[in-house]
Design a protein around this ligand. Structure first.
Ligand code: BGC
Ligand code: CA
Length: 346
């Protein structure tokens, strides 16, 4: 609506002053993009890498002639802090917001603020519930399909288990497994776990669940949980399914701390393909991971930002249900790790 007013004003000025210059692209600051970004916690490995990608995409777009400023805030795990940050970003004149919610079930305050200011929001990575996304038509989401990542993790584990009978260390025909789970309530936690386990079962792998430990996406917490599980189950654990790479690496840390030899370790799978995760796959410390396409997500967010401010290019965005953009995941193993390490260096 704001944009229409600016256009109308531009048209009136143009007629009144009969200036040719008015026909140029740059009308009333139309292409000045001020993006305000706030994310749930700067201790999160994946999010830090995603934000870095986002900055890079905006820098590239500046080189293409757009005038862009980006302000990034860390909400440090507090929804109240994030609400205040959104207020501050709007007061500073942001015309698009990119919000990685602290509490994905509590976006109402932020939505109200944005709506009052007629500034669209691109939520990312932490998906608001459908009902909240319907609150206003200036709301978008960029992320990935949790189910797909779980299925892929299950397929990776299936392949390794089928190829390597020694994984069933006690030879009982079943794979004893533990899960390291992300934050309760996060769309990527339970859905990843369920789909990884269901995929294994559907592929004829007999499973025995020993335990599921919540480690909130965090490497140190995962190490702690894993130390407890190893002290309880000793060498019974044959497979570790972690909802992300940091927790998979935390599991690895626990075994290293306990001085387990390589051959006594279970197979461990992560999700994300963060720099450390990919390196661990290359070094065979993780048996595989699922690439969470941060480059693709950052590019989609940057393109959507430009489209929302300029009104151009909206038709090129591959929306699902008019508001959602989901990037696809990819399986990463020792066989294709080279492609991903290279991609990361560029
Ligand atoms: C990632 C995790 C990350 C979480 C944060 C997930 O999609 O896989 O690594 O901690 O998002 O919201
Ligand atoms: Ca077994």
């Amino acid at each position: 609506m704001k944009r229409k007013k600016i256009w109308a004003l531009g048209a009136v000025l143009c007629l009144g002053m009969q200036l040719l210059a008015c026909g140029k692209r740059q009308t009333a600051g139309e292409e000045k993009i001020h993006v305000g970004v706030t994310y749930y916690n700067q201790s999160d490995t994946f999010l830090n890498q995603l934000i870095l990608c986002l900055r890079e995409r905006f820098e590239e777009m500046e080189q293409e002639g757009f005038e862009i400023t980006i302000t990034v805030r860390d909400a440090a795990g507090s929804q109240k802090t994030q609400d205040d940050q959104v207020k501050e970003l709007l007061d500073a004149g942001c015309n698009v917001l990119c919000v990685n919610l602290v509490d994905r079930a509590d976006p109402s305050e932020i939505i109200d603020l944005a709506r009052e200011n007629d500034v669209p929001i691109i939520f990312f990575n932490r998906e608001p519930v459908a009902g909240d996304m319907m609150q206003w038509d200036g709301l978008y989401y960029v992320g990935a399909d949790a189910k797909q990542s779980g299925v892929m993790q299950g397929e990776l584990a299936r392949d390794v288990i089928k190829e390597n009978s020694s994984i069933d260390r006690n030879k009982d025909g079943k794979i004893q497994y533990v899960v390291l789970e992300g934050e309760p309530g996060h769309q990527d936690a339970i859905i990843r776990t369920e789909n990884a386990v269901d995929t294994l079962k559907a592929n004829g792998i007999e499973l025995e669940k020993l335990e599921c430990g919540i480690a909130n996406w965090n490497r140190a917490q995962a190490q702690n949980r894993m130390m407890q599980m190893v002290s309880q189950y000793q060498n019974k654990i044959e497979l570790v399914l972690a909802n992300n790479d940091d927790m998979a690496l935390g599991a690895r840390d626990a075994y290293e701390k306990l001085n387990f030899t390589e051959s006594a370790l279970p197979v461990i799978f992560g999700i994300d393909g963060t720099d450390v995760g990919l390196l661990a796959v290359a070094e065979e410390k993780l048996s595989g991971t699922v690439y969470n396409d941060k480059e693709g997500q950052a590019l989609a967010m940057a393109k959507l930002t430009i489209a929302l401010v300029t009104g151009k290019g909206m038709e090129d965005i591959p929306f699902v249900n008019e508001k959602y953009v989901y990037l696809t995941y990819y399986k990463v193993t020792m066989d294709n790790i080279g492609d991903y390490l290279k991609q990361d260096e560029e």
